[in-house]
Design a protein around this ligand. Structure first.
Ligand code: ADP
Ligand code: MG
Length: 377
């Protein structure tokens, strides 16, 4: 990376390198903005930023992925607005740092990433958190503040209504463990994953249906409608995280709202059941919960799609696959699969061949290795 940096920007002294991982969410989909539980793992797929001071008081950024270099005068960063471009993720983080009262100096950043972009493995949080660390350049920030600052960059500057999960796990991830995040208290617990007997594999459907963003907003609104109705009878319910299935069923609601709320309530319960199963090393129960989660996303939350359903159905038909589900916001992206190590070869071959035959698309397959959160390399 230092060589690549010097090729783009010329020789520099004091280059430092910071890393932030992508993530895969094991279970707990669309529970974050309902103040419930999520269970992501940080990945070995990550974004690295090599960084050195720039004496001319500009902030430069080069992404190897895009093969593009941009720059802004540091003095203008406080007033920057989104440009509708990948550089928004970098400018947005710089903007939030300045607005947090932390002085910025001129810097040059070279960005390299192994997180597939737009696949639901959160290349966005990885670029935000690694950029933030590079801009802080060793200055201390509380980890939770760092995650929140990057979330604000995505929500307010880039304009994507992101929950806190992606940035949180990119900061707090740990090797061999999943991170159980309580999205209300913003506290977490590490859940050790069974080290033997199972591997986590992601399959990228390579589709991302345009519905995604408007459907996301619509789901957020539908959850709010459900909370409003339930809380009239049960005032202790201030988010779907508080509601029980009995309370939901005794509240008159249009059937679509009922189904949306049922997904969130049952999904929250599944996160806890999954944590219990993981602690007991009960792989078949973990797999069942994956599938129940998928069916709930498919029929109650209606955020899956034909390609993803095909990948899930194919996976669970392969001997040695404990379970499969869509991961991430929906309408495409990746599936996450729990696979017995001796079945991995068969799993990869069959899933890729079947998908190619059905949709004519080559699906990249990634091993997901639970890894440490962000830091300096
Ligand atoms: P995901 O987070 O699931 O990968 P998003 O749509 O949230 O998908 O974020 C992807 C966007 O983040 C890209 O379109 C691009 O703008 C930006 N991005 C992520 N990684 C990089 C990178 N290495 N170089 C440039 N832009 C990147
Ligand atoms: Mg993202």
């Amino acid at each position: 990376m230092i060589e690549a940096f010097e090729e783009i920007f010329g020789r520099a002294a004091g280059i430092r390198i910071f890393r932030a991982p992508g993530r895969v969410n094991l279970i707990g989909e669309h529970t974050d903005y309902n103040l419930g539980f999520v269970l992501p793992v940080a990945l070995d797929l990550a974004t690295w930023v090599a960084s050195a001071p720039s004496p001319d008081n500009h902030l430069y950024v080069h992404s190897e992925d895009r093969n593009e270099t941009w720059d802004w005068p540091v003095a203008e960063i406080a007033e920057l607005k989104r440009a509708g471009h990948w550089t928004d993720y970098v400018a947005g983080v710089a903007h939030q740092i300045v607005h947090a009262g932390i002085p910025l100096e001129g810097r040059k950043l070279l960005i390299r990433s192994t997180v597939p972009v737009g696949a639901g493995l959160s290349s966005s949080a990885a670029i935000e958190v690694s950029t933030a660390l590079a801009l802080l350049n060793g200055r201390h920030m509380e980890p939770l503040e760092l995650a929140k600052l990057c979330q604000r960059a995505e929500r307010e500057f880039v304009g994507v209504p992101s929950g806190i999960m992606d940035q949180y796990v990119s900061v707090f991830g740990r090797a061999n463990a999943a991170v159980l995040i309580d999205c209300r208290s913003l506290e977490h617990e590490y859940v050790e994953l069974p080290a033997a007997g199972v591997e986590i594999w992601a399959v990228n459907s390579m589709v991302k249906h345009a519905l995604g963003q408007s459907a996301y907003r619509e789901r957020v609104e539908q959850c709010a409608i459900a909370v409003d109705a339930i809380s009239r009878r049960f005032p202790e319910v201030t988010s779907l995280r508080d509601a029980t299935l009995q309370q939901l069923e005794s509240t008159p609601l249009p059937s679509v709202i009922l189904r949306r709320a049922r997904h969130v309530i049952t999904e929250n319960a599944r996160v806890k059941l999954f944590v219990g199963a993981a602690r007991r090393r009960d792989l078949s129960r973990m797999g069942e919960l994956f599938l129940e989660s998928h069916v709930s996303m498919q029929h109650d939350y209606e955020i899956s799609c034909e390609e993803i359903d095909f990948l899930v159905q194919s996976a669970i038909g392969i001997e040695g696959v404990y379970g499969a589900r869509m991961t991430g916001g929906g309408f495409g992206g990746c599936t996450v699969n729990l696979v017995r190590p001796d079945a991995v070869k068969r799993f990869r071959e069959q899933i890729v061949a079947g998908y190619r035959e059905r949709f004519g698309i080559q699906a990249p397959v990634f091993r997901c290795i639970p890894s440490a959160g962000a830091g300096e390399v």
